[in-house]
Design a protein around this ligand. Structure first.
Ligand code: PEP
Ligand code: MG
Length: 858
């Protein structure tokens, strides 16, 4: 009997071990903040969060390419595997700054030999991430079988096992051939990410795809080959395709390059050489839309969490022509003042009718203040006096101030420019009678607004329930639009660059606000999977929410209170709606930052009262001002410090400026009903500080004739406070552990330092011992202990904290329903036993493993 023989001889699989090319924390690719790596578009492998600054060969091989920017290189091994080593994310933008290549193309290297050295500080400061990726790019012939992940690794320690080496059949494809030339408009040339996008599309074609640049021609299906072209911005690529439908295929690849391969486009400067080949896609590459037959993915910045599938609706840009010349000073002054009054009236009506959360109305109240801003009005007045029309004057005044905010080099203030532009637009719309909304009136039920920049009033114009998500080219994560989106529960991705502007109206999108990603034209399967996951999440959440308003006990009857952390008045009602039993930490800084004078007592009382009222009798723990040299206040002359985190912070500032603290205490004491507010003191290191605050609180209470005593708590954020908790508990009514700072000071690792971010672990057994010590000290005086730091919101930390004797968790409002549901499934005795074991372990990872082994769902 004859059997059909395979067209290709299969070879025995060979195995290859790759060792760690750099010391650090071995991290799964999914955690790399670049979709090309996270989604394995470039290849399978691993990332390492480096603690050393020398990249070494993970195996013996030949260097097939060193990127012109020296941040990446590729080795070919004896088995034919091509291993890409890529230091940091978006490091191509550094154009070689901070990198030294020790090897050249064609050089043979032994395992452990230095490949590239880099300046860790510089790269950490200038790049998006230091995560260093090692991936096998020819996944068609090689498979990564074993990985060591989620632990510290030393250079030379085995990390990956790769199997393969079998030659792939090159299919015989009948057909013709076609070639086109195209100019590369990506600012940083053909680096790893765009090369991966190109090769992925080229691989879909069964025939041969070649790409040439200058003298060199490579296989268009190979990421390494494409990178080794060293193609730069403005270079011309020649793409040639052989096989069936060669003409269409080459056109599609040319279009792909023209559209930027997922990167932003930068037109060629006038002075550069003329385009050698006609770019075949569209007249303006920057303006070309993502082609509807090709899914695309791009990255922006996450501004509001959640995931949504919907239809893109582009917001129209303002293009109002304005008359410069006015019709006389008096007439133009009258027109402007009428328009300002008209807009004021519109905004007041909007606030009055609004059913949205507090953040929403606060933002529009701020717009009312901007309308009256004296500097803005003065600037407009000067322009009117120069003979300009009201609309011209108002636009110049708002633009002048937007420009001034941007020059301050303060992202937060620059993002406030959106508010100024918004009121600028409203007033001009009234003056010119061109009052059309930028948002189309007919919207689908799952509209995703796509714009260069969105303004608060754009959102106010959208009918309730129609908006699924937002995506903008500009804007920042702390802009008012981001805050509004979060308040509406809508995912938002901002600062996505030109890619956002290439989305056509009507395109299906998946906006992932958790990761800051947008998928354009996702496949039906991707849409379905996302919708299914969303539906499952929603069903679970609904079930949790249905029980969220009830008190919460463990299986063996221990009462655990779940409170909310709040940073703005507008969130209080929503937190109560999620089942918060009170506010366990109001970060009162929101009242003090971003202004030129301190808030008055009356202003503070009004804000605290708004929150207390929204909490409807539930306790409100107000943390006194926690600022310092790292967050300077314009009206507080704090000295410049070498090391502000170890300097004047928290209660140290309050005791240095007692009048500031007394004003805040009086404002808190005035809130009704008496006793609903509790005072929490940050950064306490000694009982004497607490006694000083208590004395002021009691003075002010007597002076105001408030009869109900006010509870005073100490934050435990510094190791000595945990060690001395018995002394502090003697002076305080309650203790609240700020694990964010306690971890920072306990491990001596700066919260804001990316080099130590991976090790800054609140579940480190040392930090848990400080929590245990705090509870022990508090028990001696029967004082309750809360945790209000970030780990309280972590489902894997909650059972341990409860087991250590913490009776209140103050968490992000959104996790309250699931936390309560979890606590109801735990028994205090089991939690205590696991917590005891955790204290004996060596690392946060071991603690996490213990928790997940005990409660597999966590
Ligand atoms: C903490 O340090 O854990 C805390 C809650 O305070 P903040 O994060 O505001 O410093
Ligand atoms: Mg703190």
């Amino acid at each position: 009997m004859s059997s059909l023989s395979s067209p290709v001889e299969t070879q025995a699989l060979s195995s290859l071990k790759l060792v760690a090319p750099i010391a650090g924390w071995a991290t799964p690719l999914e955690e790399v903040p670049d979709p090309a790596f996270a989604q394995r578009m470039v290849g399978d492998g691993i990332a390492v969060d480096p603690t050393s600054s020398e990249l070494r060969a993970p195996c013996e091989g030949v260097v097939v390419s060193v990127h012109a920017s020296r941040h990446a290189c590729t080795l070919r091994t004896g088995t034919g595997a091509e291993v890409l080593l890529h230091i940091g994310i978006d490091t191509v933008n550094l154009r070689g700054e901070g990198f030294i290549a020790h090897v050249q193309e064609g050089q043979r290297v032994q395992v452990g030999e230095p490949l590239i050295g880099f300046d860790m500080d510089l790269v950490a400061r200038k790049a998006r991430s230091l995560l260093t990726v090692m991936v096998v790019v020819n996944g068609d012939t090689h498979t990564v079988k074993q990985k060591v992940e989620d632990r510290a690794v030393a250079v030379g320690e085995p990390l990956l096992e790769v199997e393969g080496g079998t030659a792939q059949p090159v299919a015989e494809v009948a057909g013709d051939s076609s070639a086109r030339r195209v100019r590369l408009l990506i600012p940083h040339g053909l680096h790893a990410r765009p090369a991966a996008v190109f090769s992925r599309h080229a691989t879909m074609h069964p025939g041969v795809v070649r790409v040439a640049c200058g003298e060199r021609t490579v296989n268009g299906k190979s990421v390494v080959g494409l990178m080794s072209l060293g193609a730069r911005h403005g270079d011309t690529l020649t793409i040639s395709v052989e096989g069936a439908q060669a003409e269409q295929r080459v056109q599609a690849l040319v279009d792909l390059v023209t559209s930027g391969l997922g990167d932003t486009l930068q037109p060629i400067a006038e002075s550069s050489a003329p385009v050698e080949a006609p770019v075949t896609a569209s007249a303006s590459a920057a303006a070309s839309f993502f082609p509807s037959d090709r899914p695309a993915l791009f990255q922006g910045t996450s501004a509001a969490p959640g995931v949504a599938v919907g239809i893109a609706i582009r917001v129209l840009e303002d293009q109002v022509e304005l008359n410069q010349r006015g019709r006389g000073l008096a007439e133009e002054q009258r027109r402007l003042s009428d328009a300002l009054a008209g807009v004021r009236h519109e905004i007041e009506l909007m606030i009055e009718r609004s059913t949205a959360d507090g953040a929403h109305t606060e933002i529009f109240r701020a717009h009312l203040e901007l309308l009256d801003d004296p500097e803005l009005n003065d600037a407009a007045g000067r322009s009117l006096s120069a003979g300009h029309s009201a609309e011209w004057a108002w636009r110049s005044a708002t633009e002048l101030h937007v420009g001034m905010l941007q020059e301050l080099e303060n992202e937060l203030l620059a993002e406030r420019g959106g508010d100024l532009r918004d009121i600028g637009r409203r007033v001009i719309a009234l003056l010119t009678g061109k009052n059309g909304s930028r948002v189309p009136t007919e919207l689908p039920s799952n509209a995703i607004l796509v714009a260069d920049e969105l303004l608060p009033s754009d959102l106010a114009e959208v009918p309730a329930g129609r908006l699924a998500a937002l995506c903008t080219a500009k804007g920042g994560p702390t802009s008012h639009v981001a805050i509004l989106a979060a308040g509406l529960g809508i995912p938002a991705v901002v600062a996505a660059g030109d890619a956002a502007l290439r989305i056509p109206t009507g395109a299906t999108l998946i906006v992932n606000g958790d990761r800051g990603e947008v998928q354009v034209h996702p496949s039906a399967a991707q849409q379905e999977a996302t919708l299914r996951a969303l539906a499952e999440r929603a069903t679970r959440r609904e079930a949790y929410l249905a029980q969220a308003h009830e008190g919460c006990h463990t299986l063996d009857g221990a009462r655990i209170e779940v409170f909310a952390n709040l940073g703005r008045p507008g969130d209080a009602a929503a937190a109560a709606g999620q089942g918060a039993e009170g506010c366990g930490l109001l970060r009162s800084e929101f009242l003090f930052l971003e202004r030129t004078t301190a808030p008055s007592e009356a202003e503070q009382t009004a804000q605290y009262q708004t929150i207390a009222t929204a909490l409807a009798g539930r306790p409100l723990v107000i943390r006194t001002l926690d600022v310092g040299g790292d967050k300077p206040l314009a009206y507080l002359p704090l000295p410049r410090e070498e090391n502000p985190v170890l300097g004047l912070r928290g209660v140290r500032v309050s005791l240095r400026y007692p009048e500031l603290l007394r004003t805040q205490l009086r404002a808190i004491l005035r809130v009704k009903p008496e006793g609903v507010c509790r005072v929490l003191v940050p950064m306490v290191t000694s009982a004497h500080e607490l006694r000083a605050v208590r004395a002021m609180l009691e003075d002010e209470r007597r002076a105001l004739g408030v009869s109900t005593p006010v509870q005073l708590g100490a934050m435990i954020e510094v190791p000595v406070a945990a060690v001395l908790s018995e002394r502090l508990a003697a002076e305080a009514d309650f203790l609240s552990i700020g694990t964010n700072d306690l971890t920072q000071y306990g491990l001596a690792m700066d919260r804001g330092n990316p080099h130590v971010a991976a090790q800054l672990d609140g579940l480190h057994p040392g930090v848990l011992r400080l929590v245990a010590q705090t509870v022990e000290g508090a028990r001696k005086h029967s004082r309750p202990v809360a945790v209000c730091g970030g780990i309280a919101s972590d489902a894997r930390a909650a059972p341990l904290l409860i087991g250590l004797g913490v009776t209140e968790l103050s968490v992000a409002p959104s996790v309250i329903p699931s936390h309560k549901a979890l606590i109801r499934t735990l028994s205090l005795s089991a939690c205590a036993e696991v917590a005891r074991k955790a204290l004996e372990l060596e690392s946060g990872d071991e603690v996490r493993a213990l928790v997940t082994n005990t409660w597999p769902g966590l």
